[in-house]
Design a protein around this ligand. Structure first.
Ligand code: C5P
Length: 219
């Protein structure tokens, strides 16, 4: 095994968006570059962990040292996460689609001049809450993310309780052309005990390295 603060540990990370098909050429997605999740996976591998990165469709290179599993939809992501267990740490950085079209059409929906049919949606599974709530094989450290545009801290406090994770990383994504897709991030760390820590704006790579140090200290 590689030396480092996470030597001998298993870590899974979700990253990127999900694509929820409407028909063969269209999908619903969230805005996510995958940069923060990929940076965490790279940092965990550099810290000696055995890393599985479960990634939705992204346009960035695979992080060095991690096993990468590519998925499309939220349901595929949940399946891949469950297949990667057990792990010591699970980090849910993906921007998972909350809803998917109730029915993915097998043929392209034609534009025929009449009013388009409304798109019926159904809820996707909450991957983070599902894994945090497991009785068997629950990772010792379950980490969630919260991308918020307003009331960042209040929403984070509500979210950590509702999702059942041990640590929540909240970021303000309200700035135009800021965090989403960018190279930098400013985050707040919220613990289950209510402890709050705000970090300065940092490169996503540096956020990844500091988070990994924190995970090692919490195990
Ligand atoms: O509820 P919200 O989407 O803001 O929660 C964000 C956190 O939950 C992130 O850690 C995200 O990866 C995770 N999540 C998930 N499955 C979903 C929705 C969100 O794992 N269906």
């Amino acid at each position: 095994t590689k030396p480092g603060p996470l030597a001998g540990r298993r870590v899974l990370v979700t990253s990127g968006p999900t694509h929820e098909p409407i028909d063969p050429v269209r999908y619903l997605a969230n805005r996510s570059s995958g940069r923060q999740g990929h940076a965490i996976a790279a940092a965990a591998a550099a810290a000696g962990a055995t890393v599985t990165l479960i990634s939705g469709p992204v346009a960035i290179p695979d992080p060095p040292g991690a096993k990468v599993v590519r998925v499309g939809t939220a349901r595929e992501m949940l399946e891949a996460v469950e297949a990667a267990l057990p792990t010591d740490v699970a980090v849910f950085c993906a921007a998972v689609g909350d809803w998917r079209p109730a029915e993915a059409r097998g043929a392209k929906i034609k534009k025929d001049g009449t009013a388009p049919a409304p798109l019926a949606l159904v809820e996707n599974p909450d991957i983070l809450a599902t894994i945090a709530g497991r009785s068997a094989d629950r990772p010792r450290l379950v980490v969630g993310f919260a991308a918020e545009t307003d009331r960042v801290i209040e929403n984070a406090r509500e979210k950590i309780a509702r999702k059942g994770c041990d640590l929540l990383v909240a970021n303000d994504v309200s700035h135009e052309g800021g965090v989403m897709g960018g190279a930098r991030n400013s985050v707040h760390l919220l613990g289950r005990d209510g402890a709050l820590e705000s970090w300065p704006e940092l490169d996503k790579d540096e956020v990844g390295r500091r988070l990994v140090e924190r995970f090692a200290a919490m195990l």
